[in-house]
Design a protein around this ligand. Structure first.
Ligand SMILES: *Cc1c(COP(=O)(O)O)cnc(C)c1O
Length: 403
């Protein structure tokens, strides 16, 4: 086995550089990542290293992790099917549970059909690289999720990025591409580090005008946006403008996996051409059943979406009132801008000492100098918990000099 400490090549240099960076953070008590949570107490409280903390870093926006109906569906699926599948979907891996889940998703997303994959990351990689290839054009918002960027690069298509949410920039790039070339425009619905929403009405118009396919990643908008949580199209009252409605089953939906919903022919194509469907095993039955039940719970318990919105508003207004810069957020993803990495680390340290599970986000996830706490609230928080969090953050923010 090779020893990275004695090897001199580029691989060893990368390994050593990362070792030094993470060790440096540990030495200055600035390493907050990979902390094991040992227990969930309700959706909004967790036990970390034996301490109970308020959870402000969760993607479980509607507080559905541990929901009795969802747990029961998963347990029944294990009793019925066991824990695995017989391999890939195309051959022996498709269960009636997968079909049921895909019908549920299609209905929830106002689409004719849907297909699922084993993660959201893989869904973006495989969908983009199956739809476009050499000679085609793909247009991507600069703040799009890494899985979209990787899918664009993997596709081999001409890769054009436009400034974040800048529809004039997008139009310029669309106009520069040959009129007869195949074009795909892709964006997050809600941006994961900023919490703002893509200008879907304008983007859809441009796609119409330039004959471009439109793909939207709803990782942070399914269950979050729209009166009944159906996502960005419901939010804008624009049904059926998105060709490729992509989402994950690992955030609001407390499972794992990813999906694409859209026209029947498009989904049929992905089912027979996308490599992650053909060459990778199916979702485990328990996770498929949990996801299926979760979509139903969202519709049966509309108070969750309402409470999420009220909580997000309370948190954002409270933070702004004490002077924090929460950037352009309009959702439950609330960035607290700190600037230099050290300020983000200091604020994290102070907040964690007072029982808030928050995490700093630094380069390369966000630009250098725009380090932040990327906080979230969910439907599981109570108003007094949110007020306490604001108080703690305000006190620490003043001490550190952020506000
Ligand atoms: C989390 C996320 C993904 C990846 O989803 P996983 O199910 O975690 O693999 C894709 N896109 C966006 C915008 C995300 O935030």
């Amino acid at each position: 086995m090779l020893d990275p400490n004695t090897m001199q090549d580029a691989v060893a240099r990368r390994i050593k550089a990362m070792g030094e960076r993470t060790q440096g953070m540990r030495d200055t008590e600035s390493y907050f990542y990979n902390q094991p949570v040992s227990e969930l107490r309700g959706g909004a409280r967790v036990i970390v290293k034996g301490r109970e903390m308020g959870m402000y870093a969760s993607y479980s926006y509607l507080g559905l992790i541990g929901h009795p109906r969802i747990n029961k569906a998963a347990q029944e699926a294990i009793d019925r099917y066991g824990t695995g599948t017989h391999g890939v979907r195309l051959l022996a891996g498709t269960l009636d549970m997968h079909r049921e889940l895909e019908e549920t998703i299609a209905e929830f997303k106002h689409a004719e059909a849907a297909v699922t994959y084993s993660s959201g990351y893989v869904t973006n990689l495989t969908t983009i690289s199956t739809l476009v290839g050499r000679g085609d054009y793909v247009f991507s918002d600069k703040l799009n999720h890494a899985s979209i960027v990787d899918g664009c690069l993997m596709s081999g298509a001409h890769f054009r990025r436009f400034r974040h949410n800048d529809m004039e920039g997008l139009e310029r790039r669309l106009a520069q591409a040959p009129a007869d070339a195949a074009k795909l425009v892709v964006a997050d619905a809600v941006f994961s580090m900023d919490g703002d929403i893509i200008d879907l009405p304008r983007m859809a118009e441009l796609c119409q005008k330039y004959n471009a396919w439109l793909m939207i990643d709803e990782a942070h908008s399914t269950g979050v946006l729209g009166e009944t949580g159906r996502g960005i199209e419901e939010h804008f009252g624009l049904w059926d403008v998105v060709d490729i409605k992509m989402g994950t089953l690992s955030k609001t939906i407390p499972s794992v996996g990813g999906y694409v919903a859209g026209k029947r022919e498009v989904i049929n194509y992905l089912r027979h051409a996308s490599r992650a469907y053909i060459f990778s095993a199916a979702l485990p039955p328990a996770q498929a059943a949990a996801a299926n039940e979760a979509f139903k719970v969202i519709l049966d318990e509309p108070w969750r979406v309402e409470k999420l919105n009220a909580n997000a508003e309370r948190f954002i207004k409270g933070l702004q009132a004490v002077g924090f810069d929460t950037m352009d957020t309009e959702t439950a993803i609330v960035p607290i801008l700190c600037g230099p990495d050290e300020h983000a680390f200091a604020l994290t340290r102070a907040a964690q000492a007072k029982g808030l599970f928050v995490l700093p986000v630094i380069s390369p996830a966000v630009p250098v100098g725009l380090a932040r706490l990327r906080t979230t609230v969910t439907a599981a928080h109570e108003p007094d918990e949110i007020d306490y969090a604001i108080e703690v953050l305000a006190e620490a923010g003043k001490e550190i000099g952020i506000i």
